[in-house]
Design a protein around this ligand. Structure first.
Ligand SMILES: [Zn+2]
Length: 220
């Protein structure tokens, strides 16, 4: 179900959808129409809305200034960033906080490098474990920088996941991994594919909802 951020009911005949610059969704609809009907119309446009929101997301100014005390996400938890003395751009994480030397001139690049390495480590472990647990064989694992696509599975059996995925909670990470593993047998989004996903991840609808609501926040 697509989240409607702002619903404006008035004396009008049609429904219009506007994705605002901040990515929020404004819906203008005729007064007499039921909420259910409005939601159904909006849900039909989910693909279009997601695309517009992805564009709005890309055009948004950066959220962070990488100052001490700002929070960074890792596996669904927020941890503070510290900027100790130093010049290098090597980010480290001690289990409680992120450390990035104060003199680092490329904080985004430095954080991305840390997330890429973390994603490789975490996803290698989760993919190997979940694949063996459910009897899947895959060729290789690739870490991408995709912004709105959390994972993909090529016909040759290469699984790709964006490094941003490790900002999400473990259950959401596992859902994406199992979704891509299910594509090994079903290279499509057919009912059979979703049935398989439902067997692998009984609460997959909650996970989809989670990504819908929080996906845009998985960014530097
Ligand atoms: Zn898919």
């Amino acid at each position: 179900m697509v989240k409607i951020d702002n619903l404006v009911l008035s004396k009008r005949k049609t429904i219009t959808l506007v994705v605002e610059a901040d990515g929020s969704l404004t819906v203008r609809a005729p007064k007499g129409l039921s909420r259910k009907r409005i939601q159904a119309v909006v849900d039909e446009k989910a693909g279009w809305i997601a695309e517009k929101q992805a564009v709005a997301q890309r055009l948004k100014p950066p959220l962070r200034r990488y100052e001490a005390g700002e929070m960074l996400l890792f596996l669904g938890q927020e941890y503070p960033l510290l900027r100790p003395e130093g010049e290098s751009c090597r980010v480290t994480f001690d289990g409680k906080r992120f450390l990035m030397p104060a003199g680092c001139a490329d904080p985004v690049g430095a954080c991305e490098a840390w997330y890429r390495a973390a994603a490789r480590r975490v996803l290698q472990e989760r993919v190997a474990k979940l694949a063996s647990q459910h009897g899947f064989t895959y060729k290789k694992l690739r870490i991408s920088g995709a912004r709105t696509r959390w994972g993909s599975c090529s016909t040759s059996g290469t699984l790709s996941f964006t490094w941003r995925l490790v900002m999400a909670p473990p259950a959401a990470v596992d859902y994406v991994v199992l979704h891509e593993l299910a594509h090994i047998d079903h290279p499509n989004h057919s009912p059979a594919f979703w049935q398989r996903v439902g067997e692998l991840v009984p609460d997959y609808k909650d996970q989809l909802k989670w990504f819908h609501q929080h996906g845009a926040a998985l960014r530097l």
